[in-house]
Design a protein around this ligand. Structure first.
Ligand code: 6R9
Length: 651
C-alpha cells in the first residue's frame, strides 16, 4: 500500500496523451461561464442537427418568469446522432459488446451497422403498433443490448421512453405506467442475475392488473431466457415476430430540441416518485460532451459502465453519451460477485476494457473480498477509472486507484443526478489534480455554489447546501405532468437557484466534497429511495399505526434503511411480523428497498405540533445518542429515552 497523500496527479504517460492537452481543446472555465452562449453554442456543434440552433439558451430560474430552454429552434433526431452519422466511418466498429450473466455463455458484438438495422426494424414495428411522436413507452428489460435498441427505437420515431429498473416490483411498475400514461410496454420473458432468473414478464402481467394501467394496449416481449411465461392475446406480442418483416431502414422523426426524449422516475423527499423529463437537444449535447471530456474518450477505447440502463447513469453513459460519440460500450447482464468476486476484472481482461465506470458500493463490496481476486487478473488494458452514485470514501478510492488501477489510472469521481442529465462536478483527467474522496471541480459551464439554511451564499472554504446558480443544457425540464412540482421542489427552497438536495464542503483549493443528501432521501447502494415511499409501504400493513424511516451509515451500501414502527393498540411485535413488513416493502417497491433494521417504537419523537423529529431518529439509528441536539421541542421526552434504550444494533 502506498502512503495516503492528499493530491494525486495523473501519470505523465496519461497526461501526455490526454485529450485535454490536444491542441485546440483548452479548458477555459472562466471563459465558459463568462459567455455561456458562446461556449454552449460551440459545444452544440458536436451534434448533427437537421436544423442548427440559432438561439442557444433561454433560461430564468425565478419562479414568476420561469423557463429552461436550450437550442430551442434547433431540430435533430437523437437516434440518428447515435447511429446513422457513424455508418460511413464506423459502420463495422463495435457499438455494443454484450457480456452475459453466465461466463460460459458467449459474448456478442454488435457493430454500428447492425445496431442501426436492429433499431430501425424495431422502430418500424413500434410505428406499426400505433406508436408515434410523443407517445410514452415503458421499457422493463434486463441489461441486454435490446434495452439500448428499444430506447433508440423510441427516439427514432419521437416516442418518449420511460425505463423502469428490473429490480422494481409490480406496484412500482404500475405507478410509473399510470403516471406516464404509457401505451406500450417492452419487456422480456425473464432476465438473468447471478445465475437466477428474474420474472420480468410475470411482473408486468401483475402490474397491468393494478389500477391506472389501462392506457397500455400492447406488451412487446423479448425472448431472452426462453423461460415459461403467459402470453395474453391480443395484448402480448413477441418482439422477434414483430420485427421479422420490417425493413432495415426507418425514416427518423424530426424533433425539436425541446421535444421530450425520455422520462425517468426518481425518488424525492415527499410523496410519489417524480417523472424527471429530459428533452432532446440539450440532453444529447450534454451527455456526449461530458462523456468525451470526463472519460478522455479515444477512438479505440473499450468503455464499460456497470450501471443498469434503468438508472440515469445507464441512459447518459451507456446509451446516449457513448453512442453519440461513436464509442464501443460494453453491456454486462451479471453482478460483480458471481460466480466469484473476480468477475469484473475477468470481464475487463476478456474484452480489453480501457475505461471502467462503477459505483462506490461495488468497490467497497469487492474491497472486502481482499486483493487476491483482483491480482489474479491482468487489467493492463485499463487506463481510466470512474465512480458515481454516492460519496466514495477515501479508503475505497485508494483501493480502487492502487489495487484495481495499479496506481496507473486516474480516478474520476463524478457527481451528478438524474435531474442534471450528466456529470456536473468531476476531475478532467490529465488536467485536474485528484484528491481521494472529492469530486473536485465543476466542469466547464457549470456554476455550483454553497448556501446556508437562509440561502445566503457562502464563500471560501466552508460547508453548506449545494446549489447551481445557472443552467446547463442537460438539466431536466419538468416533472412529467406536474410542472409546478418541478418549480416547488428545486427552485423554491433558495429562490433563483437550483437546489440539489445535497450537502457539501468546499476546501481551501475550491474542491467540492459531497457529504450526502440533506433531505429525506436515502442513498442505498447508489439507489435513491424516498423515506416517504418506505413509510407509506409500512403503514399499508393493517397492524401498523405509524412508521418513520431514516438512513444510517452502512459499510458496503453507504446507507442502510432503519425503520421505526409503531403498532396499533393490542398488536404485539414479533419476528414473524418483522418478516411480513419487510416482505411488504419489497413487494410494494422492490428488492432494492429492503429494511436493514426495524425497531419497534412504542411512540415516535414528535414536536408539540405533531411533526416527527427525524433528526433525532437519525442520531439514534447512527448510535449517537449523545448528539441528539436540542430536544426541548419534544412533546414527550420519554419516547426518546426508550428508543435509545431499545435501539437495534446494526451489524
Ligand atoms: C448519477 C446519480 C443522485 C444523488 C446525488 C448525490 C449522490 C451521485 C455522487 C454522489 C457523492 C458522487 N451522488 N454521485 N454523491 N459523490 N460522485 O447517481 O443520480 O440516482 O439521481 O442520485 O446521488 O447525493 O444527489 P441519482
Amino acid at each position: 500500500m502506498s502512503t495516503p497523500v492528499d493530491h494525486i496527479s495523473a501519470s505523465a504517460e496519461f497526461t501526455a496523451k490526454a485529450n485535454s492537452h490536444k491542441e485546440g481543446v483548452a479548458f477555459d472555465y472562466a471563459q465558459s461561464v463568462r459567455d455561456p452562449d458562446a461556449f454552449w453554442g460551440r459545444i452544440a456543434e458536436r451534434i448533427d442537427w437537421v436544423k442548427s440552433p440559432t438561439r442557444i439558451r433561454n433560461v430564468n430560474f425565478d419562479a414568476d418568469d420561469f423557463r429552461i430552454r436550450w437550442y430551442e429552434d434547433g431540430e435533430l433526431n437523437a437516434s440518428v446522432n447515435c447511429l446513422d452519422r457513424h455508418l460511413e466511418t464506423r459502420g463495422d466498429k463495435a457499438a455494443i459488446v454484450f457480456e452475459p450473466d453466465d461466463p460460459a455463455a458467449s459474448a456478442q458484438t454488435i457493430t454500428y451497422r447492425q445496431l442501426h438495422a436492429r433499431v430501425c426494424k424495431l422502430a418500424n414495428a413500434l410505428r406499426e403498433l400505433g406508436i408515434g411522436k410523443g407517445d410514452r413507452v415503458t421499457i422493463y428489460l434486463p441489461m441486454v443490448p435490446d434495452a439500448a435498441i428499444a430506447m433508440l427505437a423510441c427516439a427514432r420515431i419521437g416516442a418518449v421512453h420511460m425505463v423502469v429498473f428490473g429490480g422494481f416490483a409490480p406496484q412500482s411498475i404500475a405507478d410509473r405506467i399510470a403516471d406516464s400514461g404509457s401505451k406500450l410496454v417492452v419487456t422480456a420473458d425473464e432476465g438473468w442475475r447471478g445465475g437466477k432468473a428474474v420474472p420480468l414478464k410475470a411482473n408486468v402481467d401483475a402490474a397491468l392488473k393494478l389500477s391506472g394501467t389501462a392506457s397500455v394496449e400492447t406488451v412487446l416481449v423479448l425472448r431472452h431466457t426462453g423461460g415459461d411465461i403467459d402470453m395474453h392475446s391480443p395484448r402480448d406480442r413477441w418482439w422477434h415476430e414483430a420485427v421479422e418483416d420490417q425493413p432495415e431502414a426507418c425514416e427518423p422523426a424530426r424533433m425539436n430540441a425541446e421535444d421530450p426524449l425520455f422520462i425517468l422516475y426518481t425518488s424525492g423527499s415527499t410523496g410519489k416518485p417524480k417523472g424527471v423529463l429530459h428533452t432532446t437537444g440539450g440532453y444529447l449535447v450534454y451527455a456526449s460532451y461530458t462523456h468525451e471530456t470526463v472519460f478522455d474518450l479515444k477512438e479505440d477505447d473499450v468503455y464499460w459502465c456497470t450501471a443498469d440502463v434503468g438508472w440515469i447513469t445507464g441512459h447518459s453513459y451507456i446509451v446516449y453519451g457513448p453512442l453519440a460519440n461513436g464509442a464501443t460500450a460494453l453491456m454486462f447482464e451479471g453482478v460483480p460477485t458471481w460466480p466469484d468476486a473476480s468477475r469484473f476484472w475477468q470481464v475487463i481482461d476478456k474484452h480489453q476494457v480501457t475505461i471502467f465506470y462503477t459505483a462506490p458500493t461495488a468497490i467497497r463490496a469487492l474491497m472486502r473480498e481482499g486483493d487476491a481476486p483482483v491480482k489474479a487478473t491482468s487489467r493492463k488494458s485499463l487506463r481510466l477509472l470512474g465512480s458515481v452514485g454516492e460519496p466514495i470514501n477515501p479508503e475505497a478510492w485508494r483501493w480502487y486507484f492502487d489495487v484495481v488501477g495499479d496506481a496507473r489510472c486516474p480516478v474520476v469521481d463524478t457527481w451528478w443526478q438524474t435531474e442534471t442529465g450528466g456529470i456536473l462536478i468531476s476531475p478532467v483527467p490529465g488536467v485536474t489534480e485528484m484528491k481521494p474522496g472529492s469530486a473536485t471541480l465543476p466542469l466547464p459551464g457549470v456554476q455550483p455554489a454553497l448556501v446556508d439554511a437562509q440561502g445566503e451564499r457562502l464563500e471560501g472554504a466552508t460547508e453548506g447546501n449545494l446549489v447551481l446558480m445557472d443552467s446547463w443544457p442537460g438539466q431536466m425540464r419538468t416533472v412529467y405532468g406536474d410542472h409546478q412540482r418541478f418549480i416547488d421542489t428545486y427552485f423554491k427552497t433558495y429562490p433563483g437557484m437550483y437546489f440539489t438536495g445535497d450537502g457539501c464542503r468546499r476546501d481551501e483549493d475550491g474542491y467540492y466534497w459531497i457529504t450526502g443528501r440533506v433531505d429525506d432521501v436515502i442513498n442505498v447502494s447508489g439507489h435513491r429511495i424516498g423515506t416517504a415511499e418506505l413509510e407509506s409501504a409500512l403503514v399499508a400493513h393493517p397492524k401498523v399505526a405509524e412508521a418513520a424511516v431514516v438512513g444510517f451509515p452502512h459499510d458496503i451500501k453507504g446507507q442502510g434503511v432503519y425503520a421505526y414502527v409503531t403498532l396499533k393498540q393490542d398488536e404485539a411485535p414479533s419476528d414473524g411480523l418483522k418478516k411480513e413488513l419487510n416482505a411488504l416493502v419489497r413487494q410494494e417497491i422492490g428488492p432494492i428497498a429492503s429494511i436493514d433494521h426495524l425497531q419497534w417504537a412504542p411512540g415516535l419523537p414528535k414536536t408539540r405540533s405533531g411533526k416527527i423529529m427525524r433528526r433525532i431518529l437519525r442520531k439514534i439509528a447512527e448510535n449517537a445518542p449523545d448528539q441528539l441536539g436540542d430536544t426541548s421541542t419534544l412533546a414527550d421526552p420519554t419516547v426518546v429515552e426508550s428508543l435509545v434504550r431499545e435501539r437495534q444494533v446494526p451489524g
